[in-house]
Design a protein around this ligand. Sequence first.
Ligand code: 5AD
Ligand code: SF4
Length: 485
Amino acid sequence: MLKDLDKIIKEIDLNKEAPVVEPDRQYYYIAKAKKYVSAQAEKLGRQLTFCVTTFGCQMNARDSEKLVGILEQIGYVEETDEEKADFIIYNTCTVRENANMRVYGRLGQLKRVKKENPHMMIGLCGCMMQEPEVVEKLKKSYRFVDLIFGTHNIYKFAELIVTRFESERMVIDIWKDTDKIVEDLPSERKFTFKSGVNIMFGCNNFCSYCIVPYVRGRERSRNPKDIIREIERLVADGVVEIMLLGQNVNSYGKNLETPMTFAQLLQEVEKIEGLQRIRFMTSHPKDLSDELIEVMKNSKKICKHLHLPVQSGSSRILQKMNRHYTKEQYLELVRKIKEAIPDISLTTDIIVGFPGETEEDFLETMDIVKQVRYDSAFTFIYSKRTGTPAAAMEEQIEEDVVKNRFDRLLKEVQEISAKVCSVHTGTTQEVLVESLNDHDASLVTGRLSNNILVHFPGTSELIGKIVDVKLEECKGFYYIGKMVE
Ligand code: 5AD
Ligand code: SF4
């Protein structure tokens, strides 16, 4: 991304002290790490390899691109077979307990692999590392891990790698919070034609079930100039679609020196020539403004898709969740959005089994699903996260009751979504081609503006292009189509 970074790094004098200011300090450590990596590579007679596994959300996926960017800059090459890699990194998630269990499970297996390859390095980062109990457990029972860092200091990855190269011990660096945002570090995009762009970090909402505010810290917005500059660079590099990322994009800009709204930011982004599609994630219903609806309605680039997590249909539960809206307010918001943008696709997140949820509360959730008719919904079983207010609430719901509600909800969601998805049958729509089809190489897979997938005959030359496709047959959650010349 930063074309002159190679040159900057080559010219760094490692005999001097490391600079104090960022990103210069990290450039220095990238240069230093590069020396260690190339010395090891020479010894082994081959290049060193890495394998990054990402758990969790789009934010983590974006963070992993930054980790990969730094790793490649210091001379590692990617190895997809984890057991063969010299440096294994898990970028972890902790939003639900099962995400933590998966990491411990995989670490158990890695212990055996590392016994056979003692020079292998293992790094852990991301949200799970922000939990003190996790780090304690790793220190006690997973001594073979080399490097542990959190969500606030991933920009220091090169510096931490150098620290690990220079000591034989487990390196741990976790910050509780930060107001720092470091720009202009390398990052390696997974796709050539689309990219996530962070617009803010952290969350101030403290929904009572959610651990994110504790592990991602307070809300911080990036400067609009930096965001625009990053997108302009991406577009110059061939990107046609961007996804603006934040835990609650609708409160973007509130804490900037010169405050600005998310809708205003979108209008600035829209002006970038060559950019064709704009997506964003995630919207909190309580902060979604009429201004945003208006901007979406008039935009030529903002995709016709809104992810609007409802979490529950019961106003009583929503209050206990600290969501700051009622069922009626949410429905009114949906009505306004659909009125302004009739062909919009709405998706959501729903939690089943929140403490104290009665059968009546659950039926309210079923009812809101029937009223809104989501294109798709991510349904989750409530997971108790230590330290959140909900974890201390009485009336945690029994597993079999939750499972039964979850199954009923999933069935309803899927039935509705198959019907909602199929309404576009027969229409011709713009599709961004993303890849060759996984199962049939004569087909390509692309995405409609409303985020639905379509498979149609085509070749790899189409990847990254926006083409017109006639949607011939709906298969529930996706379409089979045909390109229109
Ligand atoms: N249990 C279950 N689901 C949760 N989510 C967040 N915290 C929890 C939890 N403790 C879900 C919410 C959120 C999505 C990203 O994860 O639905 O929108
Ligand atoms: Fe968690 Fe609520 Fe913040 Fe989303 S808005 S990250 S659910 S606290």
